[in-house]
Design a protein around this ligand. Structure first.
Ligand code: COA
Length: 168
């Protein structure tokens, strides 16, 4: 079984993430989405909410699993028996951070590779933060996120009246 993990914060999942997953699931027998429990980011969605949004978004991808992990990504990759850590690259600006992370992970676990897929150009400028910011100001974000994620964002920003400065 050739397994990869796809770690991240996913606050929330976007079409950018789903594009990476759609392509990766053809390359691996199984891809496990690994939602970081102790991400340094202050999230809008709880861990459980992010997991639910991802489960719905990937319900038609039988070889994609959704898990939550804490601690080191490489340790979780080992627990899953994964060969690789999958990451999406959007722009040159992502490279330095990703390069550093990949080298650190390689040092910690020489047997696990980091594999990068280039994000498709139509998603290269989006991020979860940018989408949350736009949604908080009531801009249409349906080009970037699935309908159920847009609904969840609307619930936060319109019904619960969470202010836009909680976007981080
Ligand atoms: N298209 C569009 N946007 C994308 C994207 C794509 N293909 N891929 C990533 N992004 C966006 C995300 O939405 C996110 O946006 P945001 O910053 O506005 O939230 C941003 O790019 C990158 O986030 P993400 O991919 O979720 O990664 P992260 O930097 O939040 O998470 C971990 C990084 C969890 C992998 C990292 O912190 C980690 O490994 N933590 C565990 C501890 C560890 O092992 N540390 C390393 C060794 S010390």
């Amino acid at each position: 079984m050739r397994t990869a993990i796809y770690p991240g914060t996913f606050d929330p999942v976007t079409y950018g993430h789903l594009d990476i997953l759609t392509r990766a699931k053809e390359l691996f027998d199984e891809v496990t989405i690994a939602i970081a429990e102790d991400s340094e980011k202050k999230t809008l969605f709880t861990l459980e909410e992010r997991k639910e949004l991802l489960l719905e978004a990937t319900k038609d991808m039988p070889n994609v699993k959704v898990c939550v992990f804490e601690g080191l990504t490489v340790e979780f990759a080992r627990q899953c028996g994964a060969l690789a850590i999958l990451r999406g690259l959007r722009a040159l600006s992502d490279f330095e951070y990703e390069f550093q992370l990949a080298l650190m992970n390689k040092k910690l676990a020489p047997d696990i590779e980091t594999i990068f897929l280039m994000t498709q150009s139509q998603f290269s400028f989006i991020s979860s933060s940018a989408i949350k910011w736009a949604a908080s100001l009531h801009a249409g974000v349906s080009d970037f996120i699935p309908p159920h994620v847009e609904e969840a964002l609307m619930t936060k920003y319109v019904h619960l009246r969470i202010p836009s400065n909680s976007k981080d």
